[in-house]
Ligand binder design. Structure first.
Ligand code: ME8
Length: 536
């Protein structure tokens, strides 16, 4: 049997300087929805996430907590893994950069880099931002100082926090040699960076000229040792970016690992926040070019979650220091996990910065989930149970060919939805599904089954109405499954269709006609009880 096509998708690996938060959860759920969607469409998915454990920032966090860096990282792993489990993240692997597989792969990379001729020893004298783990040149810093009128302490041009002066022996990666090749890559693969407006940002950065990159540190030791020069440890980003290949067997000399790498690499998607776009769209492809490896197909850079200030109506960057950070648990307490996933995936446009607020969460939850989707399911299942003796109606021969308004909307719905899902356009994909949900709710009103039920002569008509409703619900459950897996599974189970839950052919599953007639239905509890008022 032919092997399924591979779909390899990754989140950033998160620093363990702080617990996971709404932002990191956002990137992770974005990937999870895509991973689930691809599994339902016949792909053999590898969905990778993990933790970025080296570097000064993590070392400092450990010190602050009176632990060794390794103890600190070990203490944080359960927090990440726990939140991902709670949020129904279906990752197939969880990589930690302190694992032996990563140490091995990074050391293998050093040897390949040395052979490539793009590595040289020198000394770094410049600025370093520890919170961003990023180097800045004198010019970048001065320019930023002029703009922000800072005196005395130099501040990071990106995050505004104090910079560290670094003077140390270092290995350099000849990034400057890749300018033309990178520009060619962007020309030839305009969808390498998505959404497209982010590509312009990357291109103009590269057009402005590239500096060689310091890729080892000698002033501290929380990093992977350079195999041929033990005084040096690997710069945290040089280590971190490689995780994507480590997880699929890079540098391992066994037939299994080589086969895995050939099957999985290149990745289809690296999903990242806009803050780390340069690392993924400039440095990472240049590293891969240097060692002669294939480049990932797409880097998808999403915007930042902003908190809507209820007074001004404007979005503010969510941060602990502003006191406007929202903890994932607060949202889970209010919306439940499935409501949480639905809200962030369908109300925040992934490419752009998204303003979020508790009042908007409540609005979306009540309108889409409680009043529309949840209400539709409970009405239809209740009526089916009530009018058909606890069962779905018996299906008349050729029922699926009978014209009706819901069937019309359902025609080709999976294809319309897929056009958006393929490009992570989740808001638009949700709109395609909600059109059918809304139409089905209107259909209930228009066809008034409670009236039809009073007339025994109209029994056939009643069966048609309930059948059309249940069939629409079945299809919507399939299409909403990547967003709300538990709810969709529950809806299918209540209709005695548990065997359809893990379909790997969504297009077939969504064809009009998959309902089962004359089987028990369960009314069950309300899927999304209406929220009375904003939780906060
Ligand atoms: O940068 N809104 O890790 P990190 C949306 N270790 N997403 C947000 C966000 C917000 N307000 N805040 C953070 C690192 N994120 C490196 C990555 S990858 C080889 C190494 C998300 O813990 C977003 O995806 O600082 C951002 O890119 C990532 O968290 C940064 O996570």
């Amino acid at each position: 049997m032919a092997q399924k096509p591979s779909f390899f998708i990754t989140t950033p690996i998160y620093y363990v300087n702080a617990a996971p938060h709404l932002g990191t959860a956002y990137s992770t759920i974005l990937c999870d929805v895509q991973a689930r969607y691809r599994r339902a469409n016949g792909y053999n998915v590898k969905f990778l996430t993990g933790m970025d454990e080296h570097g000064e920032k993590v070392e400092e966090a450990a010190e602050k907590h009176g632990m060794t860096p390794q103890e600190w990282c070990d203490s944080q792993a359960p927090l990440f893994k726990g939140l991902w489990k709670t949020l129904e993240i279906s990752n197939d692997d969880f990589i930690r950069t302190t694992e032996q597989r990563q140490v091995h792969a990074v050391q293998y990379l050093w040897e390949r880099m040395k052979e490539s001729g793009y590595l040289y020893k020198g000394s770094y004298d410049g600025w370093y931002c520890v919170p961003e783990e990023t180097y800045f040149t004198e010019t970048q810093v001065t320019k930023s100082d002029e703009e922000h009128h800072t005196e005395g302490q130099h501040l990071c041009p990106d995050c505004g926090r104090p910079l560290e002066r670094v003077q140390e022996e270092s290995y350099f990666f000849k990034l400057s040699a890749f300018q033309d090749r990178l520009l060619k890559l962007y020309d030839e693969h305009p969808d390498f960076v998505q959404p497209d407006f982010r590509m312009n940002e990357v291109r103009s950065f590269v057009e402005g000229g590239l500096q060689d990159l310091s890729v080892s540190r000698t002033s501290f030791d929380w990093g992977i040792p350079v195999p041929f020069d033990s005084k040096h440890v690997t710069y945290v980003w040089f280590d971190a970016l490689l995780n994507y290949m480590t997880a699929v067997g890079y540098g391992v000399d066994t037939p299994e690992a080589k086969a895995e790498l050939a099957y999985r690499w290149p990745a289809q998607y690296h999903v990242v926040g806009k803050d780390i776009i340069r690392f993924h769209c400039v440095i990472w492809p240049a590293m891969l070019m240097a060692i002669g490896e294939a480049l990932p197909e797409h880097v998808f850079a999403h915007g930042f979650l902003m908190v809507r200030n209820e007074k001004t109506g404007k979005g503010e960057k969510m941060s602990k220091s502003r006191g406007n950070a929202i903890a994932p648990q607060d949202v889970i307490d209010m919306l439940g996990v499935e409501g949480y996933r639905y809200y962030f995936m369908t109300d925040v446009t992934p490419g752009e910065d998204g303003a979020i607020s508790f009042s908007r969460m409540e609005q979306v939850y009540n309108a889409d989930l409680a009043n529309s989707w949840g209400n539709l399911v409970s009405r239809a299942l209740n009526m089916s149970a009530k009018y058909f003796d606890g069962k779905t109606p018996q299906l008349a021969e050729g029922w699926q060919d009978k014209p009706n308004p819901l069937r019309d909307i359902a025609q080709g719905i999976q294809q319309r939805y897929a056009q958006h899902m393929d490009h992570m356009e989740y808001v638009q994909a949700k709109d395609v599904v909600m059109e059918l949900v809304h139409a089905a709710n209107h259909y209930v009103e228009d066809s008034a089954p409670w009236t039809v039920a009073k007339d025994p002569a109209r029994a056939g008509e009643l069966a048609d109405i309930i059948t059309n409703l249940l069939e629409s619900i079945r299809i919507c459950a399939h299409l909403l499954a990547p967003f709300m897996p538990q709810t969709s599974a529950e809806v299918l189970r209540r209709m005695n269709l548990a065997d359809q839950v893990d379909t790997d052919d969504q297009a077939v599953a969504c064809q009009w006609g998959g309902l089962r007639g004359g089987v028990d239905v369960q009314k069950g509890d309300a899927l999304f009880p209406r929220l009375a008022k904003a939780g906060k």
